[in-house]
Structure formats: C-alpha cells, structure tokens
Design a binder for this molecule. Sequence first.
Ligand SMILES: Nc1ncnc2c1ncn2[C@@H]1O[C@H](COP(=O)(O)OP(=O)(O)OP(=O)(O)O)[C@@H](O)[C@H]1O
Ligand SMILES: [Mg+2]
Length: 365
Amino acid sequence: MWTIYTNMTIAKLKIYHFRNIDFAEIEPSTHFNFIIGDNGSGKTSFLEAIYMLGHGKAFRHQLSSRVIQHHQPELILFSNIISPSGKINSVGLSKSRSGDNKIKINNDEGFKLAELAKLLPIELITPEGFDLLNGGPKYRRSFIDWGCFHHYNEFIMLWNNLRRLIKQRNALLKNVHNYNQLRPWDKELIPIANQVSQIRADYINQICPEIIQTGQEFLPEYTLDCQFYQGWDEMEDYAEILIAHFERDRALNYTTMGPHKADLRLRVNNIPIDVLFSRGQLKLLMCALRLAQGEFYAKQTQQSCLYLLDDFASELDLTKRALLAKRLKSTGAQVFISAVDQEQIQSMVDENDKIFHIKSGIISA
Ligand SMILES: Nc1ncnc2c1ncn2[C@@H]1O[C@H](COP(=O)(O)OP(=O)(O)OP(=O)(O)O)[C@@H](O)[C@H]1O
Ligand SMILES: [Mg+2]
C-alpha cells in the first residue's frame, strides 16, 4: 500500500557531555531503534542529542548551556550520515557555554545550521509535541515552515528577511508619527510577506489532503478540516492592511498582522480540535500530522526523513500503539523510539531492529 523510499540514516553516533550522557557511541539500526530506561535514565537526552545534530538546538531547552553536561565546557556530537545515494557525510557539532556553534561537515568548517538541517531532516514526536495542536500558532507555523524549508529553496532567505523586516518595523513604530514614515519599510516588507504566504499556502494545499487522510486512518470516526490562515484576511491586500492598522500598531509598538501571525486551523464540524479531542486523540492527531509531513517529504525527495519518538507509549492504548507502529514501519525510515518498559515495545521489534538500554546516562546495546 505504501512505497518504501531510500533511507537517509545515521550509521554511527557519538555523544560527548550531553545532559547526563558523559559519552556514548552507538551504531544504530537503519530501521527501528528502541531506547529503554527508567525515569531520569537519559532517554529524552539521547533523542535530544540526535535532534540537536539536525537542528543545532535542543527541543526542550531554549538555552544550549542547559544541555551541556554540568562541569563541562562544551558538548560535542558526531555522526556518520549515509545519504540515499550511499554517500557518507561525517557531521560534527560542538556547542560551548557561550552559545558558539561549530559545525563540521566532512572535515570542513564554517557551515550554517540550515545546511545541517537539510542534511538531516527529522520529524519529532514527543509528549511536549501536543503544543502543535493545543499551543499557540507559533507551533503550527514552525510545522508549516519545516515543510517550506525542505521543499522550497528560496524559503529560508525570504523567511530570514521577513523576520528582520518585522523586527525593524516594530522598533520603528515607537518613533514614527504618520504612516508615510513607514512606507519605505513596508515597500520592502509587502512583497516578501506575499511570497512567504504564497509558499506556505502552496505547501499547505499539498499537505492538507495527506493530513486529512492520515487523520482518518488514525481517528476514523472524525472528518478533519484543515485551513490555512496567512496572518491577515486573504481577501484583503497586505499593503492596505498595514495602512488600516497603522494607528493600532503604533499604539502597541507591534505589527499586528502579517505572515508572522499565520496559523493552520484544524477543526472537526467547525469545532477546534483542541477543544474536542481527548489527550490520546490529540497525540494520535499530532502523530498523523508528523507522519503525513514525513511521508510527503519522502514522496517529493525520494528519501525518507528520520523519526524520533519520545515516550512512545504515553497516552496511547494498545490498539493505537499498534496502528502507529504499523504506519511507522511502512515508511521504511530510520526511527528512534524511547520507552520506560521493554514490554511496551516488544510487539514492534523485528530482526532488523536494535534495542539499547540506558541507565544513568550509560547506553548499552
Ligand atoms: N546539564 C546536565 N548535566 C548533567 N545531567 C543533567 C543535565 N541536565 C539534566 N540532567 C539529568 O539528566 C537526567 C536524564 O534526563 P532525561 O530527561 O533524559 O531522562 P528520561 O530517561 O527521559 O526520563 P523520563 O522517563 O522521566 O522522561 C536527569 O536525571 C537530569 O537530572
Ligand atoms: Mg524523558
């Protein structure tokens, strides 16, 4: 039923001084990898280290210094990443307490985080990931922008420019008295805002049917509706919106409308899903979104991304766990799954998979 794409996989991973992991070296399976350990043993830390390798930052911690092991000056991550063509890229990332990143790819330095992210696309499913559905719009924007980043080469530059321009505009709002003083700024902002919105809308148009279909598979009793809000009324011209809201923006020192306010609105029979769904159902839908996105990425690029699932079993009953596992297996992707108990994952394990145990930050196969 599903096509299996060529894998992009981590063949080797070394972790130095990451939270309670002093040192770990593993050779993961190209299929499923299970990380089993008690509470506080370091499972999330292990997944967070892999995530950092693909993003330059941790998923639970804004401040990098928090994930550097106590009493150590820096953390170091190293991996061999095998691309679908068989090319081995050796990737190294170090982070110091002052926040300096050093990225090495195939022994060359000076790479940007975006280059790392392109090399190691990751879909993350964690208990905190509920934010995607019941948190503010910024979580859904980052979901949309993950796809835009991976599918539209021009997006990262537009997005960086947009952020800079909105920031400058907000700072300027404190000092201007009439709209004409802002006009030159907005002349630059408007086309970029329109381009960012257009890319997002295009991506969402393609991904929404996939989200709805995966949602249906996981929660067959509901029909999901998925709408993109670009950050202002789509019938209105952004230039006119900026003029019309100038006085309000000036009073608030903040640009109240624009692509920085975009959202993906998910509803069932016009009821927002965060109001309607139970926690288990929200988790399933969150998984549906991530899987649909990962599968779409695989279809477009002919290579699968990596999946990280922290605390796999939480909130899900046995049937739903099996459903999620089956769907994940069908991707053929490399997957890392943490669980507190081997029993929770036993039915998913097959001969290509590896099980790792972690205790006080020490990992054993
Ligand atoms: N900077 C740090 N240096 C050393 N140890 C740390 C650091 N930050 C956190 N820790 C410790 O790392 C341990 C592992 O935390 P982690 O969240 O990875 O556990 P876990 O196995 O995911 O637990 P749970 O099952 O409860 O989710 C914790 O006991 C924590 O106190
Ligand atoms: Mg954990």
